[in-house]
Design a protein around this ligand. Structure first.
Ligand code: AGP
Length: 609
């Protein structure tokens, strides 16, 4: 969805902002723009629909030396995809430019009021009403800082705003319920603001996560480059700060053609480090706190891939801990008036920690007085700040829109919690047994990654087929759902995940020689799953079996057989099979030539309903 980058400092600000916007491309957008104060002290603005490259091309022959700049990638909600509707929105006369993420819910009535006050609008966007408010407040005699605060107070809905003021070269930012992060490099006297910490990686050595309704003030040339204020103008301490390593730049794909592939290959290493983090490292305290939370019932709420991770986690909690577990997609949960009790535990799973529906569901649970727990990747995200306890999944930055390594780490984090609860606490024996298990999983995944070409060959045979049914039973059912999601989002092919026994209750009507059944077969319920495959085979469906190695019947029934070694993996085997699905989706998408890291219509973090 929309992305924001602002920069103030000695190096050419426009270059920093454009580089930041390029990093945010993965979030999905349809136009881009930048505004800056030129060396002859003019407020300049350039915006273009389409790719950021269009904007870069437009700027290519201009001599630009700017010390402060703001930029934006827009994902249209109000008003069509046009140059004019792109951000920044600017009032040249007053020397003010602004960008906005989110939705201004009362834009209609504000616009009417502002038109009545003589404010002129140039775009069809809701965002421009904030500029209108700034113009109105400055005309009323307010200083820019006060104007930003007063304008912000009038806004309804979840939003983040960044404002560039020509006269003072300052940048202001403020948010409510939308992501915003500030960064600083003290050595270079640089300050930054963005909707995503990824834009700051390798530039800022300190990052700050302000809370809602905290005004961030970025200024150059004095001792305090970055200040935080409350809405009454007093200094604020409502922000988290943390140091960030400068040598790690997640923007690099290294030897890999796509971030998605790189992230698939990162999984073994990440899996190995998880027990260390939770039993001896920084995660120990939060895991102990999580174990102490009340949990008569467990409500698991999330979206997309994170929700499917929740379905796997549900199996752990019900089968191993015998805790009743209710998984639900956040967009339904939040409007359903769910039955919630104070002794229940609300678990939210999210890579970004900024998914609007998941945040709204968390808010709902919090209001009932329930304890809220997150399994989350992004430290400092809104979900992270709002939950009572957070279990970090330590997946590192995930850039590919299709979530891969985050799923694996989410499930393993859930497994770790379930194991500690079952064990009645943390001890070395448990640590060692989990570490051995996780290490076996990592080893098996490494073996699978070595077989990527074999999976590519299968992909090459089936990528032109008209539809895919991923099927599985028990613990493999959520993996079937996740496999189908992965394929449709990056390959734009119709795919559905089904419980293997459910196909004959309707969808089997679709089976013919143009449809593929990716059958996920585990050691449990083996015969029953094979019977389900027979039913598809009898209707001429193409069968791809991902199942236990050395099985004659599977070899005979399958058009393509990807044999795997389940031994010793037990309840972690769904994660292992899932990597086959990740590679299969990747190679099919590659054959089809889609934009794998930035699939059409999708955003990495879905910050609107
Ligand atoms: C995953 O491949 C998807 N892009 C999507 O379903 C994602 O998992 C979902 O939007 C939830 O995001 P979150 O984990 O950041 O909350």
């Amino acid at each position: 969805m929309c992305g924001i980058v602002g920069h103030l400092g000695p190096q050419n600000s426009v270059d920093v902002v454009l580089e930041g916007l390029k990093r945010l491309e993965y979030r999905g957008y349809d136009s881009a723009g930048v505004s800056f104060i030129s060396s002859d002290n003019n407020l300049k603005i350039y915006k273009k629909k389409g790719k950021i490259q269009n904007l870069i091309d437009e700027l290519a022959d201009k001599e630009i030396h700017a010390r402060s700049s703001i930029g934006h990638t827009r994902w249209a909600t109000h008003g069509g995809v046009t140059d004019n509707n792109a951000h920044p929105h600017v009032c040249e006369d007053m020397g003010i430019a602004m960008v906005h993420n989110g939705i201004i819910e009362n834009a209609g009535e504000l616009r009417e009021f502002l038109i009545g006050e003589g404010v002129k609008f140039k775009s069809e966007t809701d965002s421009e009403t904030f500029l209108g408010l700034l113009i109105y407040n400055v005309k009323q005699g307010k200083e820019i800082k006060e104007a930003v605060i007063e304008s912000f107070k009038k806004i309804e809905g979840f939003s983040a705003f960044v404002v560039l003021n020509k006269e003072t070269s300052e940048i202001f930012s403020i948010k409510n319920g939308a992501p915003l992060v500030c960064g600083m490099n003290e050595v270079n006297s640089e300050v930054l603001v963005s909707s995503d910490p990824y834009a700051l990686a390798g530039i800022a050595n300190k990052i700050y996560f302000p809370e809602d309704q905290v005004l961030c003030h970025l200024s150059a040339g004095n001792a305090n480059l970055l200040n935080f204020y409350e809405l009454d103008g007093s200094k604020s301490t409502r922000y988290i700060s943390k140091s960030q390593s400068m040598d790690h730049n997640p923007a690099e794909k290294g030897e890999f053609e796509h971030f998605m592939l790189k992230e698939i290959y990162e999984q073994p290493e990440l899996i190995r480090s998880l027990t260390q983090f939770y039993f001896q490292g920084e995660g120990k305290e939060s895991l102990e706190q999580a174990v102490d939370l009340p949990r008569t019932n467990l409500h698991v709420t999330a979206c997309g891939t994170a929700y499917y991770a929740g379905l796997v986690i549900k199996d752990f909690f019900e089968q191993i801990n015998r805790i009743p577990c209710r998984p639900e997609v956040a967009s339904e949960f939040r409007y359903r008036d769910p039955i919630l009790n104070k002794d229940d535990l609300a678990l939210f799973i999210s890579q970004s920690g900024e998914t609007a529906d998941t945040l709204a569901a968390q808010e709902l649970c919090k209001k009932t007085g329930m304890k809220t727990l997150s399994i989350v990747n992004t430290e400092g995200s809104t979900l992270f700040r709002d939950c009572n306890v957070n279990l970090l999944i330590r997946a590192g930055m995930e850039i590919g829109v299709a979530s891969t390594k985050a799923f694996t780490q989410q499930v393993l984090t859930g497994r770790t919690l379930s194991a500690v609860i079952a064990n009645g606490g943390m001890d070395d024996n448990l640590k060692n047994s989990l570490a051995t298990k996780y290490s076996l999983l990592a080893e098996r995944i490494e073996e699978l990654l070595e077989r990527s070409d074999e999976i590519r060959t299968v992909a090459g045979e089936i990528y032109r087929k008209q539809g895919f049914f991923y099927t599985g039973r028990g613990v493999y059912f959520p993996i079937a759902l996740e496999g189908a999601l992965k394929l449709k989002e990056i390959a734009y092919v119709h795919a559905e995940g089904y419980a293997a026994g459910e196909l004959k209750h309707g969808p089997i009507a679709l089976i013919d020689e143009e449809k593929v059944n990716v059958a996920l077969v585990g050691p449990e319920l083996y015969e029953k799953t094979v019977s389900n495959i027979q039913e598809i085979k009898a209707r001429k469906g193409i069968i791809v079996v991902v199942g236990p190695q050395g099985k004659k019947d599977l070899e005979e029934i399958a058009d393509y057989y990807i044999p795997i070694n389940f031994d010793g993996l037990e309840e972690l085997s769904p994660l292992y099979i899932n990597v086959v699905n990740q590679l299969l989706a990747y190679h099919i998408a590659k054959f089809l030539g889609t934009d794998i890291d930035k699939p059409r219509n999708l955003a990495k973090s879905v910050t609107v309903e």
